[in-house]
Design a protein around this ligand. Structure first.
Ligand code: SF4
Length: 423
């Protein structure tokens, strides 16, 4: 039995809330970094190892004085590192559950309760993970309202299971002075309240260190974005999907700064050595990839030659964090993501990427239950058509494999490839 299957069977033998054994957990996490896993770069493997160590630390901490903090994808985790605590984005937990093919089972359980299938499966899965007792109890939860409206409700529910406080930051639609001030005040209050909850004074010195690591990671990520414009592509798009989950976990930590700098240096070396073969077509992917077992992205990139050269969710558009104006600069960072605010921000970013990355076609994966991805489909279609390239919209689920049909996906992508070739 493969390590992944062993891990899966151990986890599924534990269907009731209660503590999962450490041995089971170690097997589960090791499966993510086994040699059997496929890494296209050494940095990709390193990134997985850093994630593995982080997860081990996260799961090993036990008891009331533990260091775990459940965070949402775009929360200002530099605050968590400044408090010497460990953040873990719950959405990433759902992605991990899907990659181990246990998400369906968790979703089936949440479906049997009151959770409607209309709710995003990332949210329902981490609710299921919490209900199954697979997570250690956190000190607190930290979430923001961007980029999705469901976060408040799902994080409140998880906070309720653990009877732990939720610090919730409401991200405004406006990124003008008023919007920045409104957000900066909430971030400052949140830092002070979280510090008092952990019986500490918030240390500006530790925040400065977290900012330095976060800035180093940011600069490396910006350089990686630049390197991904290269022709031929220096990495597979399937690797790029991991970046947003990694920056949602590591920004503000020394390990995060190191791993992104290493990634950047490896891509620079590849560029110098004129690594790789040209893609037949360069694709922009909107949203994330399906995380459960499937071959769709590998097949599309390696067999059809349609390589994903960028994903809009990975856009790093903020400036260096400034310890002289800490709350304001964290607010600006949060507001800089193109998914925040009016849809025009996202459309402008999509058009920028199409031009700068010489994109031949756009694939928009509209995830069920996600207003972020499916409500704007028509507007995205119009914006892409103004750029004169084709768009393929795929309706599906990134976590729940129960309605997934690989054959149908492949047929649609093959037809799209022909369309790109005809342009
Ligand atoms: S997929 Fe959409 S609804 Fe789900 S967590 Fe992401 S942004 Fe929110």
């Amino acid at each position: 039995m493969s390590l992944k299957n062993q891990a899966r069977s151990i986890l599924l033998r534990n269907p009731k809330p209660g503590k999962i054994s450490r041995g089971a957990l170690i097997t589960y996490l090791q499966a993510a970094v086994t040699p059997a896993s496929r890494f296209s770069t050494r940095s990709e493997k390193k990134l997985s190892l850093v994630g593995y160590r982080h997860a081990m630390k996260f799961f090993r901490e036990r008891g009331e004085g533990g260091k775990q903090v459940f965070t949402s994808l775009f929360a200002p985790i530099e605050l968590v590192y400044a408090l010497d605590l460990l953040p873990f984005p719950l959405e990433a937990m759902s992605g991990a559950a899907a990659s181990f093919d246990i998400a369906d089972r968790l979703l089936q359980k949440t479906d049997e309760e009151w959770h409607s299938a209309d709710i995003c499966s990332f949210h329902r899965t981490f609710i299921g993970i919490s209900r199954f007792g697979l997570l250690p109890s956190p000190r607190f939860l930290l979430a923001t309202s961007h980029c999705c409206d469901g976060t408040m409700k799902s994080f409140s529910e998880v906070a309720g299971y653990f009877s732990k406080p939720l610090f919730f930051i409401h991200t405004p639609q406006r990124s003008d002075r008023g919007g920045v001030g409104y957000l900066a005040d909430q971030i400052r209050t949140c830092a002070e309240d979280a510090a008092s909850l952990t019986n500490k004074r918030f240390s500006m010195q530790k925040l400065e260190t977290a900012f330095e690591y976060s800035n180093r990671a940011r600069r490396a990520l910006v350089e990686i974005e630049e390197l991904r414009k290269n022709h031929p592509p220096l990495i597979w798009g399937s690797d790029g999907f991991g970046f947003v989950l990694a920056w949602a976990t590591f920004l503000g930590s020394r390990g995060g700064a190191g791993v992104f700098e290493r990634y950047m240096n490896e891509l620079k070396r590849k560029k110098e050595k004129a690594y790789g073969k040209p893609a037949k077509k360069r694709v922009l992917w909107l949203h994330l990839k399906p995380y459960f077992s499937n071959t769709i992205i590998d097949w599309m990139e390696k067999e059809l030659g349609a390589v994903i050269v960028f994903e809009d969710i990975n856009s790093v558009r903020w400036e260096d964090l400034d310890i002289g104006r800490p709350w304001e600069s964290l607010a600006r960072k949060l507001l800089s993501h193109p998914w925040v605010g009016p849809i025009g921000n996202r459309l402008k970013n999509i058009k920028r990427i199409i031009e700068e990355y010489r994109i031949d076609g756009v694939i928009n994966f509209t995830h069920w239950g996600c207003r972020q991805s499916n409500a704007a489909e028509r507007l995205i279609r119009d914006a892409v058509s103004e750029s004169g390239i084709p768009l393929l919209t795929i309706d599906g689920d990134l976590v729940d494999s129960r309605n997934y049909s690989e054959g149908q996906f492949k047929t649609r992508i093959e037809a799209f490839m022909e369309l790109m070739e005809g342009c």
